[in-house]
Design a binder for this molecule. Structure first.
Ligand code: BG6
Length: 462
């Protein structure tokens, strides 16, 4: 169904960190591509002049990659106005209404602390600014099942579900969109994509840096909340879902939600938590903090397709490499005809998706080496995509939300079902185990996956 595009973009949190690092560079890129033609209204607490806001926006674009199109920058600044005020004060919303002028279908983007989502949404409703409008909400959407439910309730009291755009920026990444495409645009995968052929699936989001000054935020989140329950779970859903009934995004959301609903709730022993040495000395971090900067878990999806197949997910800060990868390992051939039949000698055949820094899909199979003996090695057939002209996730997602296309956003039922999987272990877990920086995290996480070929720790070419 064709949606009516938004006729203004309101950025709450316009002077904040997220807007500075991500949103304004994305808006600049959208102007350059001719994709942003509506007024932009920044809203934030500081009582800044418009000139000061313009300077901040210019600085954000400079830092994000430089200004190579001065006309686009002028164009963006000419669209930008600014409303300052407290989000709790109805007067702020009255000023916003005035600043919106003739615009009747604004998209409200909430780049603000999650604790303020509810207040701003309610005030938008009370000020009559929710009618024909959309609201775009940043992650984290809630911090457990109860708070996600509460937030959904508040949002749904003001906006219909198809006007709420919950951002998980991983869904705007080309390599992740390619999972959906690769699975359902090809027919060769489907016969093997199930418990009969797949032995295990592992997904890693490894980062070779720490919390980068975000200690205060990280103390309220931890690795499981920060990236696993959302980013990695979204990847699981795309890998595990059934084919949708059609191209419309509602059908995709329905299948993804079913994956979360079929996930077995995690128990304490399914999760290994780690903390890098020195985390407790980071600014704004508690001296005896037990917050995890590393998390590995074993997950099961109790569906017809995936019954019995373990899914191993891990992520950590200060690991040796920086990459995101999926490895779907197949079962070994049933008959061991050759001395080196897998997995005796390494890993069985697999399908590997590198999601960052590259966008590769690899199919690994064994081939015979030249010589008298029937001995071979596993090689990868590699499909590489260069991603030239790739939009950043924020460009893509902001553009889609303003156009009313909800395909790359998350739906209420899926969000709640995902929280339900982790809800118990958010509160009941083993203590975080210390690990040295630039190592692959606690040994206990290796033990968890040892019977399934171990973690794949590639060395990423720089
Ligand atoms: C964010 C997390 O959502 O995702 C960060 O808050 C994490 O801690 C980041 O580093 C990873 O995303 P990307 O796109 O930078 O790989």
């Amino acid at each position: 169904m064709k949606q009516t595009p938004s006729d203004a973009l309101v950025v709450f949190g316009a002077t904040g960190d997220l807007a500075h690092k991500m949103i304004f560079p994305a808006l600049y890129a959208m102007v350059k591509r001719g994709e942003l033609k509506v007024p932009v209204i920044g809203v934030a607490f500081p009582n800044w002049s418009l000139e000061r806001v313009h300077r901040r926006v210019t600085d954000s674009i400079k830092r994000a990659g430089g200004i190579n199109d001065k006309r686009a920058l002028r164009d963006l600044l000419s669209r930008l106005s600014y409303v300052s005020g407290d989000y709790k004060d109805p007067a702020t919303f009255a000023s916003l209404k005035k600043a919106l002028g003739k615009s009747r279908r604004p998209a409200h983007y909430l780049a603000i602390p999650p604790s303020l989502f509810g207040t701003v949404i309610e005030r938008l409703g009370a000020a009559g600014l929710a009618e024909n409008a959309r609201v775009i909400v940043e992650k984290p959407f809630g911090r457990d099942l109860a708070s996600a439910r509460e937030l959904n309730k508040v949002a749904r009291a003001v906006f219909p579900e198809d006007s709420i755009f919950r951002i998980d920026h991983f869904l705007g990444k080309e390599a992740i969109m390619n999972i959906l495409y690769f699975r359902f645009a090809n027919s060769f995968l489907e016969p093997i994509w199930n418990r009969n052929y797949v032995a295990s699936v592992q997904i890693t989001l490894a980062e070779n840096f720490g919390v980068k000054g975000r200690g205060a935020f990280y103390e309220t989140a931890g690795c499981l909340r920060d990236v696993i329950e959302n980013h990695l779970f979204q990847i699981v859903a795309l890998l595990a879902m059934e084919p949708p009934a059609g191209r419309d995004f509602g059908a995709v959301h329905t299948e993804k939600a079913k994956v979360f609903q079929a996930m077995r709730p995690l128990k304490r022993d399914d999760v290994v938590r780690g903390q890098y040495d020195g985390y407790r000395r980071e600014p704004d971090v508690a001296k005896h903090s037990d917050v995890e900067t590393y998390c590995a878990l074993r997950l099961f999806i109790d569906s017809w397709r995936w019954q019995g197949v373990p899914w191993f997910l891990r992520s950590g800060k200060f690991l040796p490499e920086n990459f995101t990868e999926v490895l779907v390992e197949l079962k070994a051939p049933p008959q061991k005809l050759f001395a080196d039949s897998s997995p005796v000698n390494g890993r069985a055949n697999y399908v590997r998706f590198q999601l960052s820094p590259g966008c590769d899909v690899a199919l690994a199979a064994r081939v015979k080496r030249a010589g008298k003996d029937f001995i071979g090695s596993q090689r990868e057939l590699l499909l590489c995509e260069e991603l030239i002209g790739e939009e950043t996730p924020y460009q893509r997602l902001l553009g889609d939300a303003m156009a009313g296309d909800g395909a790359l956003f998350t739906r209420e039922d899926a969000v709640e079902a995902a929280w339900a999987v982790v809800d118990t272990v958010l509160k009941k877990h083993h203590r975080a185990i210390p690990y040295k920086r630039k190592t692959w995290g606690p040994k206990q996480a290796d033990a968890m996956i040892a019977a399934f070929g171990g973690w794949h720790n590639p060395s990423i070419k720089k």
